[in-house]
Design a protein around this ligand. Structure first.
Ligand SMILES: NC(=O)c1ccc[n+]([C@@H]2O[C@H](COP(=O)([O-])OP(=O)(O)OC[C@H]3O[C@@H](n4cnc5c(N)ncnc54)[C@H](OP(=O)(O)O)[C@@H]3O)[C@@H](O)[C@H]2O)c1
Length: 285
């Protein structure tokens, strides 16, 4: 079944909209380079770009989308409320800023970047996202870096408000790779149909010499990056690989013509919990 995945395959979200299963990440991509890189990614078949207010490249990413010549409905644009501005006012400001900077008619997916700011502010920020949906500005909403306890807090609030599809959590974007497979968060979300997006799917290029990865890359005649992306897709995640290199944009997209077998997937089941960056899922405030 997995071999039938294509770069423009989609997954359904609780909002009722679909999300392309393969995204282009632009964290730390300089604003001056972002438009050309995202344009190249669209030419290479990507249909989904993952930016954030905090990446300072929302505008150039939108420019590439609008200039792509592809129908708007075929493309997917995600952005995020900054981690340090999680509150009702902060989210309202972030949303307004996105429209100013991008000139887009609507945003496909707006996320809360991290579960910071305390309960009241987290829920207030969510309310602002829901208002964005009700106003027709945003199609789907979700969270990033949410642990089970944050998700439960939000789920209880949504139930209390009695919101339907407009208030529902569509996505949780967290660090996901074989050394950070997070079965607890993944299962919590799966049970509710929430799509798991995998950030740092290439482990930020920190494990390219890892023996098991090198072995599997040789076995399949692929690169380590391609093995990691294939793992992510076969786990049912939406990987968001980042690169500022044109050749690597193509290399990373060229993962829809081979498959890891059951044995390979078992070898990559490390059981480890080793973050390559930050881990706000465990924050307690
Ligand atoms: N929500 C969050 O808190 C959060 C946190 C982190 C990331 N993200 C999202 O997820 C995206 C990806 O995560 P990430 O940027 O942390 O890391 P990543 O995609 O796992 O790794 C990016 C690193 O891998 C290198 N690379 C890319 N393709 C390669 C290849 N084929 N061979 C060798 N090296 C390669 C890149 O270098 P070059 O650029 O030089 O090629 C860069 O150093 C981000 O851009 C962002 O959209 C979200």
């Amino acid at each position: 079944m997995t071999s039938k995945l294509k770069i423009d395959s989609t997954l359904p979200m609780p909002s009722g909209y679909d999300i392309p299963i393969f995204g282009f990440g632009v964290y730390q991509t300089p604003a001056a380079e972002a438009e050309a890189l995202v344009s190249h990614a669209f030419k290479a078949g990507y249909r989904h770009v993952d930016t954030a207010v905090g990446y300072y490249n929302e505008g150039p990413c939108a420019k590439a989308l609008l200039a792509s010549g592809l129908p708007r409905s075929a493309l997917f644009y995600t952005t995020k409320v900054p981690p340090r501005e999680i509150s009702y006012e902060g989210a309202k400001k972030a949303i307004a800023g996105t429209f100013e900077k991008t000139g887009l008619d609507y945003i496909d997916l707006y996320l809360l970047h991290a579960p910071y700011g305390g309960k009241e502010n987290r829920l207030g920020a969510w309310k602002a996202l829901v208002e964005g949906v009700k106003e027709g500005k945003i199609r789907s909403i979700g969270v990033s870096n949410y642990g089970d306890h944050h998700l439960e807090e939000l789920e209880a609030y949504i139930k209390e408000q009695g919101w339907g599809k407009e208030g529902v959590i569509s996505v949780n974007q967290v660090e996901l790779h074989p050394w950070m497979a997070r079965p607890d968060i993944v299962n919590w979300c799966r049970e509710r149909g929430i799509v798991m997006e995998a950030y740092s799917p290439l482990i930020r290029a920190t494990r390219n010499d890892e023996l098991v990865l090198v072995k599997l890359a040789e076995k399949h005649g692929r690169s380590v990056a391609q093995v990691l992306l294939r793992w992510s897709l076969q786990m049912g995640f939406v990987p968001l690989p980042k690169t500022v290199n044109l050749t690597r944009i193509e290399e990373n997209a060229d993962v829809f013509n081979f498959e890891l077998d059951e044995e390979d997937m078992k070898e990559l089941d490390t059981g480890a919990y080793e973050s390559s960056g930050w881990d706000p899922t465990i924050s307690k405030d």
